[in-house]
Design a binder for this molecule. Structure first.
Ligand code: FEO
Ligand code: CA
Ligand code: CA
Ligand code: CA
Length: 618
């Protein structure tokens, strides 16, 4: 009854690391030492920096042909590619990503990745002082998902061009809506009175991979693309406001040229975004499907694992200040396997199940609270007319049951052996302000500028459980600072802030990626942290080492390894985002040049390998 819970959580992971070490020794493969590389210093260099003994190569920057046969337009450096060309080229702002092997050699696979958002100044030759219908189409085509085929050759990993798998899913791709909210009144529009078909996915941030080998893309900041005349803001209802959908506050002027983005004319169109979308990467003819059973939010992560009963559990965050962490558990069991027959047998598994929101209590215990119509006070009196309403307005249902309002939940990763679940809470500067929720056990900093990583272990080690133990794996910051709000409490961790991307490789190394906002990089309390970066953690000891630093202005996000752990793919998003004061020029020339302002910086995937071919991160 009195055992130390932190020790309990860590001893599980320690046992796993010991086991892995043994496995490697038995197989006689590369060294199994953990974090054997030399930390990369924090730096403001406009380059990708990796440890000595490693190399990083650029693969698939924005504008590269995706590889669709007969449609492989080259990137035009002056951004003069048309909207139609952009629809068969790499999108902008690469984000979550996964490597799906093809065959058993490990030398071929599909790399599937998200394109989160657009920088309109870079995307169009003359920017967007004047929006046009063509620019709206190009912008929509620059978001979504890429499926590319890649292979390992003597000179490194290369795209296969053309490839029968090559595909772009973007903001105008026809797709289905499935699950309990499909067809409900809130999803019906003039263009689709049956509420079950929609054009496009965009704002695609974090990801998930199902046990049956499909890709889940998460629609995060969808609200920014719906707009209208600002005089209409007063007429917007509370639910739309809670999701940030307010005319006059839009980020892009789509609504002026594509009527479905005008909230005042088509208020339900925005209800058809903010979902997890399932894509079969192996079948380029299969329509993507929006899975409404998982709830609507600013979707971050759809991290899958298997319950003891053989069901799929999906962990999800909602990246906004004071929003929730969710879990979905399917009603039916998974049919094992990742072949076409298994993918077909599991094609409705994400349409029926139970949705929960997390509550993190004092004392390191927590509960999953069910979000179901007619339970826990979620009923017509509370404003939910139907089960569909609960899913479309999952945030409001989370309020009713009393979920814990978190410091911006970003990515979620499940330890491949222990089953412990880790989530990045990227930052929150508003908890200490009047009229905002106060600090709590899970979110203990009033001005949380550095963020942190929280973790939990489900009771009985079963992802289907409804209660769990939790603790903080890391409250990020700088070990050299002295204030409890900003100091990293361990001397064994390199300084970092705003953790965002999170990935466990199959060996149990935890890869942490950061997203300090462009205007804060290299300034104030962030001075010693340098550009955004990727670190590697040994969760058994809490040791964290800086592995990679990105070019100026970028975020590092998206991480996946080959099954042999000898190649790591990492996305560099929005290099050059911060404009130099006064000039309006990008702050980076990466990857095509060396002088900012002379070339358009481009988001791109980088391939990281050890020169000696060993396991990455060991
Ligand atoms: Fe797109 Fe919350 O990161
Ligand atoms: Ca993110
Ligand atoms: Ca972020
Ligand atoms: Ca960012």
């Amino acid at each position: 009854m009195t055992f130390d819970r932190r020790q309990f959580l860590q001893s599980g992971a320690a046992a796993v690391v010991a086991l892995l070490g043994q496995g490697c020794a038995l197989s006689g493969s590369a060294s199994s030492s953990v974090l054997g590389f030399t930390s990369v210093p924090a730096t403001l260099r406009d380059a990708v920096t990796v440890p000595r003994g490693y190399v990083a190569q650029v693969l698939y920057p924005w504008g590269s042909p995706t590889g669709v046969a007969g449609a492989m337009p080259a990137f035009a450096r002056d951004a003069s590619n048309s909207a139609a060309e952009q629809a068969v080229q790499a999108g902008m702002h690469h984000d979550g990503m996964h490597f799906f092997p093809l065959g058993s050699s490990g030398d071929r696979g599909l790399l599937v990745m998200n394109h989160e958002y657009t920088d309109e100044q870079l995307l169009h030759t003359d920017g967007v002082t004047q929006w046009t219908a063509e620019k709206v189409r190009k912008s929509l085509h620059a978001m979504g998902v890429s499926v590319i085929e890649i292979e390992r050759r003597p000179e490194g990993w290369r795209q296969v061009l053309p490839s029968p798998y090559a595909r772009r899913v973007h903001g105008n791709t026809a797709m289905r809506i499935a699950g309990p909210a499909a067809g409900s009144p809130r999803l019906r529009t003039a263009a689709n009175p049956t509420g079950d078909q929609v054009f496009g996915t965009f704002a695609n941030c974090a990801i998930g991979v199902t046990p049956w080998g499909t890709y889940l893309t998460c629609e995060e900041n969808f609200h920014g693309y719906f707009g209208g005349p600002k005089e209409a803001a007063a007429r917007i209802d509370a639910a739309q406001r809670r999701y940030g959908i307010v005319p006059g506050s839009q980020w892009a002027e789509y609504w002026r040229f594509d009527e479905r983005f005008d909230i005042t004319k088509h208020p339900n169109e925005s209800n058809r975004f903010g979902w997890v979308v399932e894509i079969d990467p192996f079948d380029p003819t299969a329509a993507p499907v929006k899975r409404t059973a998982l709830g609507r939010k600013r979707q971050e992560s759809a991290t899958c694992t298997t319950t003891k009963g053989g069901r799929v559990a999906v962990y999800m965050g909602d990246d906004a200040r004071f929003e929730y962490i969710y879990k979905f558990v399917s009603r039916e069991k998974i049919r094992q396997g990742t072949d076409a027959a298994s993918r077909a047998a599991n094609r409705t598994l994400l349409d029926d199940g139970t949705l929960y929101v997390a509550r993190y209590d004092e004392g390191g215990r927590g509960r999953w609270l069910e979000l179901a119509h007619g339970k826990n006070g979620i009923d017509a009196a509370a404003g939910f007319a139907s089960p569909a309403d609960v899913l479309v307005h999952a945030r409001l249902a989370g309020d009713v049951v009393g979920g814990t309002k978190m410091d911006r939940p970003e990515w979620i990763a499940v330890h491949p052996q222990s089953g412990e679940v880790y989530v990045t809470l990227t930052n929150n500067s508003q908890r200490g302000t009047p009229s905002r929720p106060p600090v709590d056990a899970a979110n203990p900093r009033a001005v949380n500028i550095f963020g942190g990583i929280l973790r939990w272990r489900e009771d009985g080690n079963d992802a289907g459980a409804t209660s769990f133990d939790w603790d903080h794996f890391a409250l990020a910051g700088d070990p050299a600072l002295h204030d409890a709000e900003t100091r990293y409490p361990s001397k064994d961790a390199d300084a970092f802030g705003s953790p965002d991307g999170l990935h466990f490789d199959s060996g149990g190394l935890l890869w942490i990626q950061t997203d300090i906002s462009g205007q804060d990089i290299g300034k104030g309390a962030m001075t010693a942290l340098g550009n955004n970066q990727m670190l590697c953690a040994d969760v058994a000891t809490g040791r964290i080492k800086r592995f990679l630093v990105g070019p100026n202005g970028c975020e590092i996000t998206g991480c996946t390894s080959t099954p042999d752990r000898r190649t790591l793919f990492v996305n560099i998003q929005h290099p050059g985002e911060r404009r130099d004061d006064g000039t309006g020029e990008p702050s980076s020339a990466w990857p095509d040049g060396t002088v900012p302002g002379t070339v358009r910086p481009r988001s791109a995937t980088v391939v990281v390998q050890r020169v000696d071919g060993g396991f990455v991160g060991t």
